[in-house]
Design a binder for this molecule. Sequence first.
Ligand code: XMP
Length: 332
Amino acid sequence: GWKMEDVLQEELKAIQTTVGPDDHVICALSGGVDSTVAATLVHKAIGDRLHCVFVDNGLLRWKERERVMETFESDLHLPVTCIDASEEFLSKLKGVTDPEKKRKIIGNEFIAIFDKFAHDLEQKLVKKKKPEYLVQGTLYPDVIESCPPPGTGRTHSHTIKSHHNVGGLPKDMKLKLIEPLKLLFKDEVRELGRIMGVPQPFLKRHPFPGPGLAVRVPGDVTLENRLDILRRVADEIFVQAIKDAGIYDSIWQAFAVFMPVLTVGVQGDQRTHRYAIALRAVTSQDGMTADWYYFDHKFLADVSTRICNEVPGVNRVLLDITSKPPSTIEWE
Ligand code: XMP
């Protein structure tokens, strides 16, 4: 619509004013809608002085890395450097169970990688100009939930979660932030993406948090093969079943959560002592509040049977029937 056209023109102007004619900018892509739209916008404003990076932090969904790299090359024609840092992230998360600590560790590690990426770029660029800016796809709801604005009756101690792209960033970070989506809600970001020609399947993807699967494995994410179990269940079975049933677009977000609890089951005439998986699916306008999604029983029965049959180490499937509030959408 006309309103988003205006927002687009204003944002382009604002970026061109902030970023000097010789300045270079880094953008971290998560594969999600927000960072994709932010990158496309900044690329429109400053062209190849934008350098995109995609970090594999070991907390990604099934085949996510391959999928993202392919989409950026063939659909968006944006050059992206891929950095595999999964070992660094996972070794730092070993033994960490506190949700806020996990988020801080992940935020710090991301920034360390971006700083190094900026440094390496400086060596490569002809004019040896070090990138000074980092683009983040921060949305308005992230700002409100991480640092409640004055006058809302909330103080910092009310902070719900340190979203890694807001409250979780280290104070001594050298890169300056460009957050072109800071005043927008998700549906507006999708609209902005649409008028810039970002492919529709990309814009319709469910949101995926920066800290990735770490917030879907309560407690230590590195124990056993928790992340692997979750990856297979979440993407291969649950989300695919949702797509096959034609309900993906009616759901804001759907994913599986690893339950770090062993319960007794009976499988193939044998007593088992295995983990449980929780299914979470919600509808929402902006992620600030959410309702749990009503599946039909047959759908749930089929998914549950498939998960217990196909995912080793799992003998129980639960359905999360809480809205936000009192819960949050992610589990940490
Ligand atoms: P919660 O769990 O707080 O999530 O109800 C609201 C929405 O935000 C997403 N989310 C994040 N996105 N970095 C992000 O980029 C984060 O640290 C983060 N934490 C939560 C979540 O997936 C949901 O869509």
